[in-house]
Design a binder for this molecule. Structure first.
Ligand SMILES: NC(=O)c1ccc[n+]([C@@H]2O[C@H](COP(=O)([O-])OP(=O)(O)OC[C@H]3O[C@@H](n4cnc5c(N)ncnc54)[C@H](OP(=O)(O)O)[C@@H]3O)[C@@H](O)[C@H]2O)c1
Length: 333
C-alpha cells in the first residue's frame, strides 16, 4: 500500500512514519513523507500536485497549524491552514479514490461538560477558540468532500458517520494532549519549569482545573496503522487517546515523579493564566474501540493502554531529551 503522511516532521507525523515503516502492508519504498516546502498548507494546490506525483492509496493528514495562541491571533490564517487546505486535500483525495485519515482534536468541543464523562464522537462539537473552530472546519470540509450527509456524525451530533458505500473512506481521528519525541511537549516543558521554580526557591504553578487525555504519539501512531490495516472499517469518527484522564497538575506530578524532580506544586485556576486562546476546561475524550487488523475470533475492538503506562515508556526518551539540554539535563536522575 502506498501511504503518504503530511506534517512528516511534526510530533505525530514522525511517529506515524516510524509505525508505518514496520507495518506489513507498507510498500517496499516505505511510506511517503510529505512536508514543507513540497506540501505547504498555505499553497492550496500542493495536495493536487503531490497526489499526481506520488499516487498514494491512503493519506494520513497530520499537518496542521497547532499553535493555539497563534490561531487565536490570526483566525483567518487558522481557517486557511486547518480548514480550507484540508478541504482541498480531501477533494483531491476523494476525487482520486484515495482513503484519508484526518487527524483532529478534542478542541472541537467546548469543554463545559460537567458529568465527568469523556466526549464521544456523537457529541455535538462547539469549539470555543479559533484553533478548534479551524479544525472543525477541516472536519466538515473533509466530510463534505467524501459525501457525508449533514445527517451524518458530528455535523448534527447524531452518531458515527460513514462514507457512503463503495467509495474511498474518510476516517476522522480526534486525539488530545499529545506527548512524545522530539520533546518540547508538556512533559519536557514542565520539567524545565520545575527546575526553574526549584532554582528560584518557589513552588511550581500548574493549572488544576483543566482536564484532558494525555496521549503518547507512538501509541496513537500504532492505532492509526491498525486502522489503515483494517481497511474501510476506519470510516467515521474515532476518538483515539490513551486510557484515563487527568488535570495538568496531575500530569505534571506524574512526570516529575517519574523524573525524580522534587518541587512543591501549587495548583492555580486556568482563568489566572493570561493567553490569547481560551482552552476547554474538560478536554477529555472517551476512546472509541478500535478495529483490529489482526484476524481473530475475539472481539475486534480494544482501547489504548492507560496514559500512565505510556508515560512510563516515554520516560527514558524524555530523560535523554532533557539531558541534551544543559539547563535541566544535569539534574534529571
Ligand atoms: N499536539 C497536540 O496536543 C494535539 C492534540 C490534538 C490534536 N492534535 C492534532 O494532531 C496533529 C499533529 O499534531 P502534532 O502534535 O504532531 O503537531 P506539530 O508537532 O506541531 O506538527 C504539525 C506539523 O504540521 C506541519 N505544518 C505546520 N504548518 C504548516 C504549513 N503551513 N504547511 C505545511 N505543514 C505545516 C508542521 O511542519 P513543520 O515541521 O515544517 O513545522 C509539522 O510537521 C494535528 O492535526 C493536530 O491538530 C494535536
Amino acid at each position: 500500500m502506498r501511504i503518504a503522511v503530511t506534517g512528516a516532521g511534526g510530533r505525530l507525523g514522525r511517529a506515524v512514519l516510524d509505525a508505518l515503516a514496520n507495518a506489513p502492508f507498507t510498500g517496499i519504498g516505505g511510506p511517503l513523507a510529505w512536508r514543507r516546502p513540497d506540501y505547504d498548507l498555505d499553497d492550496l494546490d500542493a495536495a493536487v500536485r503531490l497526489i499526481a506525483r506520488d499516487q498514494p492509496e491512503v493519506i494520513v493528514h497530520a499537518a496542521a497549524w497547532t499553535d493555539v495562541d497563534g490561531c487565536a491571533r490570526q483566525p483567518e490564517a487558522a481557517l486557511l491552514r486547518n480548514g480550507e487546505a484540508v478541504g482541498r486535500l480531501a477533494e483531491a483525495a476523494a476525487g482520486s479514490g484515495i482513503d484519508l485519515i484526518l487527524i483532529s482534536t478534542n478542541e472541537v468541543f467546548d469543554g463545559r461538560r460537567t458529568d465527568g464523562l469523556g466526549y464521544r464522537p456523537d457529541d455535538r462539537p462547539n469549539p470555543i477558540n479559533a484553533y478548534g473552530s479551524s479544525k472543525l472546519a477541516g472536519e466538515v470540509a473533509a466530510a463534505t468532500a467524501y459525501g457525508w450527509t449533514p445527517d451524518d456524525r458530528a455535523l448534527q451530533g447524531t452518531g458515527l458517520g460513514t462514507s457512503p458505500g463503495g467509495g474511498p473512506a474518510l476516517g476522522i481521528v480526534r486525539t488530545a494532549w499529545l506527548f512524545g519525541p522530539p520533546g518540547n511537549d508538556f512533559p519536557e516543558k514542565i520539567a524545565h519549569a520545575a527546575e526553574r521554580a526549584r532554582a528560584a526557591g518557589e513552588a511550581l504553578q500548574v493549572i488544576g482545573d483543566e482536564a484532558g487525555s494525555p496521549t503518547f504519539t507512538a501509541d496513537l501512531a500504532d492505532a492509526i496503522v491498525e486502522l489503515i490495516g483494517s481497511g474501510q472499517r476506519f470510516g467515521g469518527i474515532q476518538h483515539v487517546v490513551n486510557g484515563g484522564a487527568t488535570t495538568r497538575a496531575g500530569w505534571a506530578r506524574a512526570v516529575l515523579a517519574g523524573l525524580a524532580i522534587e518541587v512543591p506544586i501549587q495548583e492555580v485556576l486556568g482563568s489566572t493564566w493570561v493567553r490569547a486562546s481560551t482552552l476547554p476546561a474538560w478536554a477529555v475524550l472517551e476512546p472509541t474501540l478500535l478495529p483490529s487488523s489482526v484476524p481473530s475470533s475475539l472481539p475486534l475492538a480494544e482501547p489504548l493502554r492507560p496514559w500512565t503506562a505510556a508515560l512510563a515508556d516515554y520516560l527514558p526518551t524524555l530523560r535523554r531529551q532533557l539531558a541534551a539540554r544543559p539547563d535541566v539535563g544535569a539534574r534529571v536522575r
